[in-house]
Design a protein around this ligand. Structure first.
Ligand code: LER
Ligand code: MN
Length: 269
C-alpha cells in the first residue's frame, strides 16, 4: 500500500499537517522516512512555482496522490456555498486552476472545507443545490484533463454539509460524474460512522483516497483506532489508492511522521 503524508507548500493555519514550512527540507525528510509520496496542500496554484515543486519531488523520488484545497477556505473564506455568488464563483475558479498542475502530477483534487457550510439565512436545501452545481462544473473541467475529485465527509464540528459516508454517496449520485469519489478520513469517520468497516465497504469503488489520523488526531498508533483491521478491510475491498497521513505535529512533526510510518508498515502493508 502506498503511503503519503500531507505537506503544505506554504505556511498555513490548519493544524493537522505534520509538515509545514521549508518545502525541500521536508520533502527530503519524508523521503528519508520511507514515504512513497506527499499530499500537497496548495492555497493558490497561480502563485506556486510548479517547475520548482516538480524538480524537488523528482530529486527525492516522491509522487503526489492528491492536492488539498482547504487553505482557500481557511485563509481566504472561499466556498461553494457562500451566499455571495462572487465568492462561490471564485471557489469554483480556484478548483479549475488546480486542474493543470494536478494533471501534470497525476494527482487527484480534494474538496474538503472548500465546500463551505450552511451560512445564516441560507437553507440546507439551497446550500446543497449550490454545492451540486459547483461540483458538476468542477468535475466537468477536471474530466477533460483526466483528473478525479475527492469529496471528503467532514465531522459535524467543522461543517454542516456532508458529514457522513452515506451523505457523501448521496451527493455523488446527485452530481452524476464518474470522476467524483470520496476521500475518507479516519478522524472524521471515528466521530460520525457507526462502524468504519461498514462505511468503507459502502463507499466501495467510490473510495478514491484515504486519510489516516488516530482518534485524537495524533499519528496512527497514538490513539485507539485499529489500523491493522482497517488496512485489512481496504485490501479485501481491492482498494488500490493511497493511505495518506493527515495528523497533528504532536509531539512534533518529525516524531509524528516517523511513528506513523513505523505503525502502519508494522502490519506488513
Ligand atoms: C481536511 O482533509 C480535513 O480532514 C479537515 O478536517 C480540514 O479541516
Ligand atoms: Mn482529512
Amino acid at each position: 500500500m502506498k503511503l503519503s503524508i500531507v505537506l503544505s507548500t506554504q505556511p498555513a493555519q490548519f493544524d493537522a499537517v505534520a509538515f509545514k514550512g521549508d518545502f525541500e527540507c521536508h520533502v527530503a525528510r519524508i523521503a528519508e522516512l520511507g514515504y512513497d509520496g506527499v499530499e500537497l496542500a496548495i492555497r493558490e496554484p497561480k502563485r506556486l512555482d510548479g517547475n520548482q515543486v516538480v524538480r524537488v519531488l523528482e530529486r527525492y523520488g516522491l509522487q503526489v496522490p492528491a492536492i488539498g484545497t482547504g487553505q482557500a477556505w481557511g485563509e481566504e473564506g472561499l466556498s461553494f456555498t457562500d451566499p455571495n455568488p462572487e465568492v462561490r464563483a471564485a471557489a469554483v475558479q480556484r478548483v479549475k486552476e488546480h486542474v493543470p498542475f494536478a494533471a501534470r502530477l497525476g494527482a487527484q483534487i480534494i474538496i474538503g472545507l472548500l465546500r463551505g457550510m450552511v451560512k445564516p439565512g441560507v437553507s440546507h436545501e439551497q446550500a446543497m443545490r449550490w454545492l451540486i452545481e459547483a461540483l458538476r462544473e468542477c468535475c466537468e473541467a477536471a474530466a477533460s484533463a483526466g483528473v478525479r475529485l475527492c469529496l471528503e465527509p467532514i465531522n459535524r464540528y467543522e461543517t454542516t454539509l456532508v458529514n457522513t459516508v452515506a451523505q457523501g454517496l448521496e451527493l455523488i449520485a446527485a452530481v452524476g460524474a464518474d470522476n467524483l469519489g470520496l476521500l475518507l478520513d479516519t478522524f472524521h469517520m471515528n466521530i460520525e460512522e457507526p462502524t468504519m468497516e461498514t462505511s468503507l465497504r459502502a463507499a466501495g469503488v467510490r473510495l478514491f483516497h484515504f486519510h489516516v489520523a488516530d482518534s485524537n488526531r495524533w499519528y496512527p498508533g497514538a490513539g485507539h483506532i485499529d489500523f491493522a483491521h482497517l488496512l485489512t478491510v481496504l485490501q479485501d475491498m481491492g482498494y488500490a489508492g493511497w493511505v495518506s497521513g493527515e495528523f497533528m505535529p504532536q509531539p512534533d512533526g518529525d516524531t509524528a511522521a516517523r511513528e506513523a510510518i513505523r505503525h502502519l508498515r508494522g502490519w506488513g502493508y
